[in-house]
Write a protein that binds this ligand. Structure first.
Ligand SMILES: Cc1cc2nc3c(=O)[nH]c(=O)nc-3n(C[C@H](O)[C@H](O)[C@H](O)COP(=O)(O)OP(=O)(O)OC[C@H]3O[C@@H](n4cnc5c(N)ncnc54)[C@H](O)[C@@H]3O)c2cc1C
Ligand code: SF4
Length: 829
């Protein structure tokens, strides 16, 4: 058995292990020695840790079966003569050694860089230390040293931690390696508009402070800035400290020099990722600080070790980023000599530059700031002709409708080197949607920027994606919404007679009931509408696994008086209900039989409660922290706003259930960014986040508006909700709705903030109608004997409780009796 040792367990090592395992590399034992105390995680998405502080969410899936991983065990030396590596536990022999030790953050030699409160931004531990310091209390002002990619990510992190943030960049513009002067100026304006102060053309001459922490940043022009926290993001240096002692050659700017096969001069030692200086010409080797070149190196070495002859091509250094919500893309060689086409729109803050050869036939590179929607097409056109005239691609918002004209050899997905031919072959072979293409070509499974292109190629391949709601309607939910609204249709039978066929099914009935509830705003169990609802809506309660129901009174914003708490306790005790406090700040009462529901609600309605709509595809809760009323950090009244919003949107029927939250400051105790719409208080007003949650595929909400007034906030949420309700598909959550939206967040902003489609007045009116016509469904039910008649276990024996329902006691409360476990004889496939 040959022995393979991998030094370092970062992103590239992970990719290498997977690629090696995929090639069924038998006859090897594989050992990984990792300096960090956790397996490889997604460093590219490192900043996402500030969304939820959940390191597990960045985990990359672990090593393949059979690989021995030794965490917390750095390689300290290599003895190439004896073919062993040294580490704390002794010697590990190898037949092949793959170095994947990555980079370290570079800290320039400035006085005071070792003071407490000065951090780098590279590992999860770095971020945790930064967070602990910045939130320790009393820290208000932070500076980031470096205005590149990493610096702007770090600035975002400081902002999220509630710190007033400055970015200091020595070069005359932000992101000097990726964007030119024009792009840098537009980018600066975007970043400043977010409340970050940008100091370009200014260097840091030193830091002052004492044992309690950093206090002041001194500039090279004589000025200074009082600071409580500093993040140094001034570049990276390859981790090549093992090179010299073991006699391995280093590149001119560091890194283990490797050839096109990623081999060092020692045929048993390879280097991949950020620690490798790839030498394809006489320059002596270049280190690449991006993950895609590292992945390509991982594939090459996996191939070589399993008998292949793969080699590295010159890596593509294109990047597309979303920094503090601003699109920035840079691709090819945007600073080369050639003809350029530049578009600057000062009004919308968009900058675009394309660089072409002197005969204007070949695209050499480009820069996009403010709107990067044309990036997938342009990146795939690199080195070839543009598929349309430059201006048609860049303005307005380059909708990319020309993508199908790309040559077959154009690389559609650069993360996995998938060409347009690969994709069209897969479509011809039967792939009918993006998930299918992802599975059979790997395209779209990396950074995801090529997904719009994949959709276009599907459309160009003639793959029609049916929009029909179900077999009874050939229209999408959105089209049905418009038909019902424009034609003034008030019932299902009217709709099916004019625009559908048959009698409806479990798919179209609840979907249309939900549209009718929004457009007609009537009592949802009246007349024909009652038969359309699914079981939960049918009984205005949530059916549980044992056939009983749970009752959830609304507690807006989670605020409740002792008297009301007592009533809930008494109801729970008198009806013997299991009681649980939910994550959405309500009290769930379980185990009610259907005939008990009206009696329970009688007591609750008399005490001033109303239905919490836990059963409906409707607004559930607006969670809140205690905000400025009680909390030392709170800057706004989060409870007051949460109550106002919950009361405003109660009962609003939607394609899917909706959740919201309001946090009183950036510390985010209400977890607002994991909601369909979330609000975080700022010193100046409110920040609005939209389309979080995501269900099966958790997603954080995107920042949509900053520092708005309460009035502006509510108006925008009104329109967001109504536009979602009008245009989303059946059972489509806000997250999936936004992901599927052409133009994404920018399009949404254009429609509901800038009124680009002239819809806002109508959306406002629809919401006003909902708010004005809201009536509590339980109160309405209790007042009407006919409506109450439905709440029986058996229509022909109204007084008889369902004998199949039984309970047992667990932790002092009743729970459904579990009984014998059912045996499944044949499952659905
Ligand atoms: C905040 C941030 C954002 C980024 N954003 C992007 C982006 O948008 N796009 C992009 O392409 N790239 C981005 N990058 C860069 C990307 O993360 C790196 O290119 C990639 O992680 C490199 O992978 P690697 O395996 O070579 O190195 P790493 O992921 O750094 O892994 C190297 C590992 O080796 C360990 N190690 C070092 N020495 C030893 C030793 N002697 N023994 C054992 N273990 C050792 C290290 O502790 C580390 O765990 C970003 C990086 C950061 C920090
Ligand atoms: S409770 Fe609210 S106001 Fe207080 S720290 Fe948490 S988010 Fe900020």
């Amino acid at each position: 058995m040959k022995r393979l040792v991998v030094a370092g367990y970062g992103m590239v090592a992970q990719r290498f292990l997977e690629a090696f395992a995929e090639r069924a590399a038998e006859g090897w034992s594989v050992t990984v020695l990792a300096e960090e105390d956790r397996p490889a995680y997604d460093r590219v998405r490192l900043s996402a840790w500030f969304d939820d502080y959940d390191a597990g969410a960045l985990h990359l899936g672990g090593a393949p079966d059979g690989v021995a991983v030794r965490l917390n065990e750095a390689v300290t030396g290599i003895d190439r003569d004896r073919k062993v590596v040294h580490s704390a536990s002794g010697e590990t022999p190898y037949d092949a050694l793959v170095l994947a030790t990555g980079s370290r953050a570079f800290v320039p030699p400035i006085a005071g860089s070792d003071l407490p409160g000065v951090f780098v931004y590279r590992t999860l531990d770095d971020l945790a230390a930064l967070k602990d310091w910045a939130t320790a209390g009393g820290r208000r002002i932070g500076a980031v040293l470096g205005g590149g990619l990493l610096g702007l990510e770090a600035a975002n992190a400081l902002k999220l931690l509630g710190i007033t943030t400055h970015v200091v960049e020595f070069a005359p513009r932000l992101m000097p390696l990726q964007v030119d002067e024009g792009g840098g100026a537009v980018l600066k304006r975007h970043i400043e508009a977010l409340g970050v102060t940008v100091h370009t053309g200014r260097g840091c001459a030193g830091l002052e402070g004492d044992a309690d922490g950093v206090r002041r940043m001194l500039f090279n022009d004589g000025g200074s800035l009082d600071v409580d926290v500093v993040v140094v993001a001034a570049g990276i240096r390859p981790r090549d400290e093992l090179a010299e002692p073991s006699g391995l050659v280093r590149g001119p700017r560091g890194g283990f020099t490797v050839d096109a096969a990623c081999a060092t001069a020692d045929p048993a030692v390879w280097a991949i990722g950020e620690c490798a200086a790839l030498s394809l010409d006489e320059t002596g080797g270049v280190c690449y600080g991006l993950v895609a070149p590292g992945y390509a190196m991982a594939e090459v070495v996996a191939d070589r070790l399993t008998g292949g002859e793969a080699t590295m091509a010159r890596p593509d250094t294109s990047t597309k980023l979303k920094l503090l919500g601003v699109d920035v893309a840079s691709f090819g060689a945007p600073f080369a000599e050639g003809l350029d086409v530049v578009v600057t729109d000062q009004v919308t803050g968009v900058y675009a530059k394309l660089l072409l050869t002197d005969d204007a036939k070949t695209l050499l590179g480009g820069i996009l700031v403010g709107d990067a929607s044309a990036y997938p097409t342009l990146r795939a056109s690199l080195g070839g002709p543009l598929p349309a005239p430059p201006l048609a691609l860049l303005a307005p918002a380059g909708d990319g409708s020309v993508k199908a004209e790309l040559p077959g050899t154009a690389q559609v997905c650069s993360c996995h080197a998938v060409t347009k031919d690969h994709v069209t072959d897969a479509i011809a072979g039967g792939c009918t949607d993006v998930p299918g293409l992802k599975a059979c070509t790997k395209a779209g499974t990396g950074c995801g920027s090529c997904i719009p292109l994949l959709k276009q190629l599907l459309a160009a391949g003639g793959v029609a994606q049916s929009k029909a709601l179900c077999e009874h309607f050939t229209y999408s939910r959105q089209e049905l919404f418009d038909i019902i609204r424009v034609r003034g249709i008030r019932s299902f039978s009217e709709l099916v007679a004019a625009h559908g066929t048959g009698r409806g099914c479990d798919i179209c009935k609840p979907a249309i009931a939900s549209i009718l509830a929004v457009t007609n705003s009537g009592y949802i169990l009246d007349g024909e509408e009652a038969a359309l609802q699914d079981t939960n809506d049918h009984f205005l309660a949530n059916i549980q696994r044992d056939g009983t129901y749970s009752v959830v009174p609304r507690i807006p914003g989670g605020e409740i008086t002792p008297e009301k708490l007592i009533v809930i306790g008494e109801v729970a005790r008198d009806f013997g209900l299991y009681t649980k406090i939910t994550g959405g700040q309500r009290i769930d009462l379980f185990g009610a039989r259907v005939e008990q529901l009206p009696q329970i609600w009688h007591r609750l309605v008399d005490a001033g409660f109303e239905s919490g709509h836990a059963y409906g595809k409707a607004l559930r809760t607006v969670k809140s922290c205690v905000g400025e009323t009680w909390c030392r950090y709170g800057v706004q009244d989060s409870v007051g706003l949460a109550i106002e919003l919950e009361l405003r949107y109660r009962g609003l029927r939607a394609p899917h259930k909706l959740k919201s939250a309001v946090s009183g400051c950036a510390r985010e105790c209400a977890e607002a960014r994991s909601k369909d719409f979330g609000i975080i208080a700022t010193e100046k007003g409110w920040n609005l986040y939209v389309a979080g949650n995501g269900g099966f595929r958790p997603r954080h909400a995107d920042l949509f508006l900053t520092d708005v007034t309460t009035e502006e906030l509510i108006r925008t949420i009104d329109r967001f909700l109504m536009y979602y309700i009008r245009t989303a598909d059946r059972l489509q959550r806000t997250a999936a709705w936004l992901e599927a939206m052409e133009g994404g967040l920018d399009h949404l902003r254009a429609v509901i903030v800038d009124d680009a489609l002239g819809l806002c007045a109508e959306l406002d009116a629809q919401m006003a109608r909902h708010v004005g016509s809201y009536a509590d469904e339980w109160q309405a039910t209790l007042q009407d004997p006919q409506r109450l008649a439905r709440f029986v276990s058996f229509v022909n024996a109204p007084g008889t409780p369902d004998p199949d329902i039984s309970f047992e006691v667990e932790r002092g409360q009743k729970v459904p009796a579990r009984g014998p476990v059912p045996v499944t004889l044949g499952g659905a496939r």
